[in-house]
Structure formats: structure tokens, C-alpha cells
Design a protein around this ligand. Structure first.
Ligand SMILES: *Cc1c(COP(=O)(O)O)cnc(C)c1O
Length: 231
């Protein structure tokens, strides 16, 4: 199957899942997670109408930016972002989805202030409470959201999470429900319901994420095929 055919099939599945919640596929943003796929693959996805491309690694993103890989679609940063690489990302992407610490928030504020711009971000939540994963603990989200609101060069647009790896189909539903509830809570309490995005769901579980309220899914393998980690 080509990238184009994969995207068409995923769009159909997204639309079906969205309709089961009274929405349609048009309400869901499809982010192509294009890590380890080259500029030509990115351009193929853009030609096939992907909404956004998302990158994980700063160096790979910088190289592909120089090759105009993302021309024609917005770019998001979705991977773990080290503080010393913030300057290479702020102002280069429409949205940084993976902001999971106060230190990172402050570093982004500083870099965005220098460029005199406002950087859109999502607050990443460590929804499974996993030791090795980045993101705000669910209990810390409120405080982080309150702090972020006071930073003049950062604009919070919503939340994002990568739940633990589950073997059971629908195993992530409790985590998806939890992230949705957190989103509703901070949105009502702190953001006058102006937040927009709940980014959750990947190749194996985007339909159940959508049924739990996701409106932004990050899909890699199901679009681009299996990643070759030996290259
Ligand atoms: C790679 C990646 C995805 C997509 O994963 P697939 O299982 O290949 O769909 C989504 N989100 C993030 C943050 C990723 O790094």
C-alpha cells in the first residue's frame, strides 16, 4: 500500500470513530509522525493531504527542514525536547506538543521572547505515571497550566499524552479517559474553554482514542510503514 492509500484508509477509520461520538473526520487533526522517513515520504504525505507532520528528533527535523521536507503542511515537534535544543525548535514549528516540565516551559518562554513571538504548545501529561517517561504528573498539571498561562510568549493550546504500551485492544481506554477529563478540567477552570487540542492516539489505538474524545492523532507506522531501526 502506498502512503496515499494508507492515509485514505486511516481517514475513513478516523471518520467512522469520530461519527460514533457525534463528530466527523473533519474534527480530527491527523498528524503524520514522520520520524525516520525521508523528505520524499514527507512530501508524499503532504500531497495526499495529511494535516500536519510531526517530528521527534531535533537533528533529523533540522536536516529535513533544510530539504524542504515539510513545505505545504504545518510542522509539530512531538518528541522529547532537551532544554539545550529548545532554540532549534522555537519559532520553527507551529506547535510543540511535548512540553512536560516547568524547566522546559521557562526555556521555551525565554527563546520565544528573544524572537519576539508566541510559541504554541501542548502540555504533555505522563498519564500512566511511568518512571522513564517525561510529562507532568496528572496531579501537577493544574499548577503547570497556571504557570504557563502567566508566560507571555507561550500559548497553551491543549494537552498531549503517550500512554503505556498495552497489549490488549482498548487497553489504553482508561488513560485516554483520564487525559480527556484533565483537559476538560483545566479548560473550564483556567482557560475559559479556549483550549483546543487533545492529542492522543497512535497507529494501534487512534480509533479508541477518538472515541474517548481525542481530536488530534499522531500516526506513524500505519501511514509510512514499519520504521527501519537498523539503517
Ligand atoms: C512515533 C510516534 C508516534 C507514532 O507512532 P506509531 O505507533 O508509529 O503510529 C506518535 N507519537 C509520538 C510522540 C511518536 O514518537
Amino acid at each position: 500500500m502506498s502512503i496515499q492509500e494508507n492515509i485514505a484508509e486511516i481517514r475513513a477509520r478516523i471518520d467512522r470513530a469520530a461519527r460514533s461520538t457525534g463528530r466527523t473526520g473533519a474534527d480530527i487533526t491527523l498528524v503524520g509522525a514522520s520520524k525516520m522517513n525521508d523528505a520524499a515520504a514527507c512530501q508524499e504525505a503532504i500531497a495526499a493531504g495529511i494535516d500536519v507532520l510531526g517530528e521527534n528528533r531535533v537533528q533529523e527535523m533540522t536536516e529535513k527542514l533544510a530539504q524542504n521536507a515539510y513545505d505545504g503542511a504545518p510542522l509539530h515537534f512531538i518528541g522529547h525536547l532537551q532544554r539545550n535544543k529548545v532554540k532549534q525548535v522555537v519559532g520553527k514549528v507551529a506547535l510543540i506538543q511535548s512540553v512536560g516540565s516547568v524547566e522546559l516551559l521557562r526555556e521555551i518562554e525565554k527563546a520565544a521572547a528573544k524572537l519576539a513571538l508566541r510559541q504554541d504548545i501542548l502540555l504533555e501529561v505522563n498519564i500512566g505515571g511511568e518512571e522513564a517517561k517525561s510529562g507532568f504528573a496528572p496531579e501537577a498539571l493544574c499548577e503547570a497550566a497556571a504557570l504557563a498561562r502567566e508566560l507571555p510568549h507561550v500559548r497553551v493550546r491543549g494537552v498531549m499524552a503517550i500512554p503505556p504500551i498495552e497489549r490488549e485492544p482498548d487497553g489504553n481506554v482508561p488513560y485516554f479517559r483520564k487525559l480527556h477529563a484533565l483537559f476538560v478540567d483545566i479548560n473550564e477552570k483556567m482557560y475559559d474553554n479556549e483550549l483546543e487540542y487533545i492529542s492522543m492516539g497512535m497507529s494501534d489505538d487512534f480509533e479508541s482514542a477518538i472515541r474517548c474524545g481525542s481530536n488530534m492523532v499522531r500516526v506513524g507506522t500505519a501511514i509510512f510503514g514499519a520504521r527501519n531501526y537498523t539503517k
